[in-house]
Ligand binder design. Structure first.
Ligand SMILES: NC(=O)c1ccc[n+]([C@@H]2O[C@H](COP(=O)([O-])OP(=O)(O)OC[C@H]3O[C@@H](n4cnc5c(N)ncnc54)[C@H](OP(=O)(O)O)[C@@H]3O)[C@@H](O)[C@H]2O)c1
Length: 242
């Protein structure tokens, strides 16, 4: 799976799954733009990636705020001139330990939905004019099995259910445009968010983020150019025979 010549924008890439996707994309030959709110961790990942490739840009931004998104997309186009892939990976869990829904206050509920749903909506809106003009693009939204709506998954579960609907809506409306929108559920993976979700559990048996990246590379590649509106389980993914 070759990503040479492609430019990928990955949100929430300062640690965990986003960081692993950025490494996998650089390893496959893509230029990458990474973003997160916290500068020190983001710049540390930029340094790691620069050891492998010169085609790396790090932009500190909150992907739930349109003014920061506009700055991020402008910086990406100024640096690389194109955006082929958008991975809407940034997300927040909300309070840990996970409270019942009745204990959520309005601000916290809205904040989780703003980052996990409004963020991917605004990011997609921001890159779409460019992708539609070029007639191609791969947008990958990182969801969760919690999106079904289980007890004690609170605003996070609600947000991922909404993200699934958002993604299928985009996919339907973009069918035939060359721009595709797909969902990936990483499954339980060893990250900070997983530790926040299960503060009392030993998660050291779960896959590392680096182990679940093949589906993200495949969806970014031209091998998946006709795949739109699909839902993938990262830990069960097998590259389809071409
Ligand atoms: N880990 C799992 O087992 C698992 C399972 C299912 C789904 N997922 C999904 O996978 C994705 C990545 O999760 P993870 O486990 O890697 O989480 P993580 O370790 O907590 O990393 C989250 C990343 O998102 C960034 N971020 C959070 N809010 C942001 C915002 N408003 N703007 C920009 N960046 C933001 C964080 O950096 P800053 O805080 O510095 O902004 C960080 O880089 C999430 O969408 C999550 O819901 C994870």
């Amino acid at each position: 799976m070759n990503l040479k010549g492609k430019v990928a924008l990955i949100t929430g890439a300062s640690r965990g799954i986003g960081r692993a996707i950025a490494h996998a994309y650089v390893d496959a030959g893509a230029a990458v733009v990474i973003t997160a709110r916290g500068a020190p961790a983001l710049y540390a990942v930029r340094e790691e990636l620069l050891q492998k490739s010169g085609h790396v840009l790090a932009v500190v931004a909150d992907v739930s705020r349109s003014s920061e998104i506009a700055r991020l997309v402008e910086a990406t186009l100024a640096e690389f001139g194109q955006i082929d892939v958008l991975v809407n990976n940034a997300g927040i869990l909300g309070p840990s330990p996970r409270p019942p829904l009745i204990e959520f206050d309005e601000h916290t509920f809205n904040e989780v939905l703003r980052v996990n749903v409004t963020g991917p909506f605004l990011m997609t809106k921001a890159v779409l004019p460019h992708m539609l003009e070029r007639g191609s693009g791969s947008i990958i939204n990182v969801t969760s099995g919690a999106g079904y709506g289980y007890a004690y998954w609170g605003a996070y579960g609600v947000s991922k259910g909404a993200l699934d609907a958002l993604s299928r809506t985009w996919a339907g409306e973009l069918e035939g445009s060359g721009v595709r929108v797909n969902l990936v559920n990483p499954g339980r993976t060893q990250t900070q968010m997983q530790r926040e979700a299960y503060p009392d559990e030993d998660i050291s048996d779960y896959p590392l983020p680096e182990e679940i990246t093949p589906v993200f590379v495949w969806l970014a590649s031209d091998d998946a150019k006709d795949v739109n509106g699909e839902y993938f389980e990262a830990q069960e993914f097998v590259i389809p025979a071409s």
